[in-house]
Design a protein around this ligand. Sequence first.
Ligand SMILES: [Zn+2]
Length: 289
Amino acid sequence: MREIKREIKWPSVSMKYYRQPKGNQVDFKDLPLYFQKGDVVEVARALKLLGFNVIPLKVRDGKLRPAINWGELRENPLELFEIDRYFQDAQGVGIITGKSSNCVTFDIDEPEKFDTFYPLEKLKKEAGLVVATKDVGHFHVYFSYSPAFAVNKNFLKEIGAEIKGEGGLVTIFSTVSGQKYELERAEGLYPIPELLGEKLLTLMGPKEPEGLAQGGDEDLLQKILAKWAEMTGYIPRERKPGVWRGLCPVHDDHEPSLDLEIRNGRIFLKCWANCDAEEIKKSLGTGRT
Ligand SMILES: [Zn+2]
């Protein structure tokens, strides 16, 4: 009966979970408490219970980076019971954006520039989750997932911000001194405001029509596979029917992290490290000319 005597000094996520496994165990408004307490495992658990796909981060070469190979996590997020083990020695919590976290994130690196595109104060009021990052004046603004913004786009030049859509990675919490992330607002995930959405869609431009491959998918595939293997020194493997995985030619890739699929003459590329598909196409020689 030791358990009964044990005082719970803090709203323990695991205890809440244990007691009411079916309820909504953590509320967004509880998040600041977890952040203040600063226990990386508890923060990760709370975020997990709020529906985020969390991954442990550790400092490498002075930067917080994923502590595990996270490609697989995008489709198979860590389970609640795995959080303890994976976050034990972590120094931060990352979130994989997109469907698996039900969120899209805007990474605002140049607030002044962004402000001329869309008023920053307005944005911060409209968003249900706003995080001030380790870099003073920089923000991560979270909205609920929308397939229209399930892209990873670097618009630093245009609006001083990046869109982290499907399979992006953002840091939300850190225990590293001098690299704190602070919650400015934690209410929930709201849809992307209509006006902002429209402006972003305009910025993103029309969906590109891919040229139809001559000679069919199979020919195109063989051509690309040959070029891909030659460029990277690695023969792509068919990971599942029609989906080929190999080394990404755009980033310094040591573990195959680029997926390629060809359907009806269209080339679908997914680099799990978030390289721009256009960049990859260019280097594979299949970009638009
Ligand atoms: Zn890449």
